[in-house]
Write a protein that binds this ligand. Structure first.
Ligand code: NZQ
Ligand code: ZN
Length: 388
């Protein structure tokens, strides 16, 4: 474990089929005014909305709502929520939904009492919130992003062609998360697959960095193995509780700051995927699956040893009879085969990226230097063209 780090995660997670029973106990810890936020209607169709409202009523809360949080929440929607939260001086923001709704709740939490335009200050300029941070709690309905237990908040600005994630400090992490894997049974198949790859890539983004012997990498390998195993079952039978519950738990741990301990971390696949999202509004996990292989093939020669370790420790590729390079390549082949098996998008064209949009995607790509190779702009362009 090289370097220094502080590990802190104040989020209390209630996990399992009965997790919603713990909502009243959590609500009791906060003041009377609650902002309830949710997406486009799935929670009404599933009946979850009624259960949450009943819990809020029983707890004597006065509730204001911001419904209609879209996938890839926008800067305009953020401004709307910040205004509602501030005008009602809410004590808690309760997010019921997937990563978009929870990211949004965190965005509203830091924006409500920060003066000025939240998009410009907190996302474009990456400033820290200056006002009160409103506590957030969540009831998760879709697994993938890890947003339920982390301080990330990703906001899209279509006018500016940008999608930017700000990872805030522990004070922005949700105070509690209700994770009932059964709630994910109704997630559309496409979204389930996207969520699985999203979480897998979160682990890869942290794993493919550094050369020291690091406990975080061993944890990462275990999580990846569990996810590969469970995903194979879930794509055949989405209502297999054992598989879906393992997927949910892996997704939560894939991105709640634990795996980043002692790691420089890469995150370039996410930067490329977010750029596609900025110009197409495509589903996040699928933007990652479209660019992952072109990216990893390009950077693999700079981190061959780690890619070889990935092959054996995650996909059980036998090392015997293979050079390090052959083993590393076989690992990427195994990754590719698994991606096809679980049915994720492999061509960015399917997401709306075109030759003409590639320059805009290149402009929207933030280049980071935590992984094995810092991309040049030409390489970014090459990856997008290969991904088509
Ligand atoms: O809006 P509703 O009607 O709820 O429908 C949603 C949405 O259409 C639906 N859905 C969710 N749970 C459901 C369900 N439908 C039926 N039954 C359920 N139980 O699924 C669709 C996708 O939901 P969304 O929240 O958009 O997906 P996801 O969880 O993948 O979140 C994506 C957002 O999170 C950001 C992404 O960039 C994107 O904006 N990310 C957040 C991260 C973080 N906080 O750390 C990290 C990630 O890398 C990611 O960038
Ligand atoms: Zn992601």
């Amino acid at each position: 474990m090289l370097g220094n780090f502080t590990y802190e995660n104040p989020c209390r997670v209630h996990f399992g089929p009965d997790a919603l029973d713990d909502l009243p106990g959590e609500l009791a810890k906060f003041g009377p005014r609650v902002l309830l936020t949710y997406g486009g209607g799935s929670i009404k169709r599933s009946g979850l909305y009624d259960k949450v409202i009943a819990a809020l009523d029983a707890a004597g809360k006065s509730v204001v709502e911001v419904p209609g949080v879209m996938s890839n929440p926008t800067a305009d929607k953020l401004r709307e929520g910040a205004k509602v939260a501030r005008e009602n001086d809410v004590d808690l923001i309760l997010a019921v939904g997937g990563g978009s709704t929870i990211d949004y709740a965190k965005g509203v939490s830091v924006s409500a009492w920060t003066e000025g335009d939240p998009w410009e200050r907190l996302y474009l300029n990456m400033e820290q919130p200056t006002g009160k941070i409103i506590p957030v709690g969540d009831v998760l309905t879709m697994s993938g992003t890890g947003s339920e237990m982390n301080a990330g908040s990703v906001i899209t600005n279509h006018e500016e062609g940008l999608k930017i994630g700000h990872v805030f400090g522990p004070e922005v992490m949700p105070r509690f998360a209700i994770v009932n894997p059964e709630l994910t049974f109704t997630v559309p198949d496409y979204q389930m697959r996207a969520g699985i790859f999203d979480a897998f890539n979160h682990i890869q983004e942290q794993y493919f960095s550094g050369t020291d012997d690091n406990t975080s990498d061993y944890i990462a390998e275990g999580l990846m193995r569990s996810l590969v195993h469970a995903s194979r079952i879930a794509v055949k039978d989405p209502t297999d509780y054992e598989a879906r519950s393992n997927i949910s738990w892996v997704c939560t741990w894939a991105l709640n700051t634990l795996l980043a301990c002692g790691k420089s971390t890469d995150w370039e696949v996410h930067m490329l995927g977010q750029a596609i999202g900025a110009v197409t509004d495509a589903t996040h996990g699928m933007t990652l699956s479209a660019v992952a292989l072109p990216y990893y093939r390009l950077v693999m020669p700079y981190g061959r040893e780690k890619f070889a370790r990935f092959a054996t420790n995650v996909f059980d590729v036998p090392a015997e009879g293979r050079t390090t390079e052959q083993l590393a390549e076989a690992g990427l082949e195994a990754l590719s085969a698994w991606m096809d098996e679980i049915g994720v998008v492999r061509h960015a064209r399917e997401l709306g990226l075109t030759e003409e949009l590639v320059p805009a995607a290149v402009r929207a790509t933030i280049i980071l230097d935590g992984g094995y190779h810092k991309l040049t702009t030409d390489e970014v362009e090459r990856i997008f063209r290969e991904s088509l």
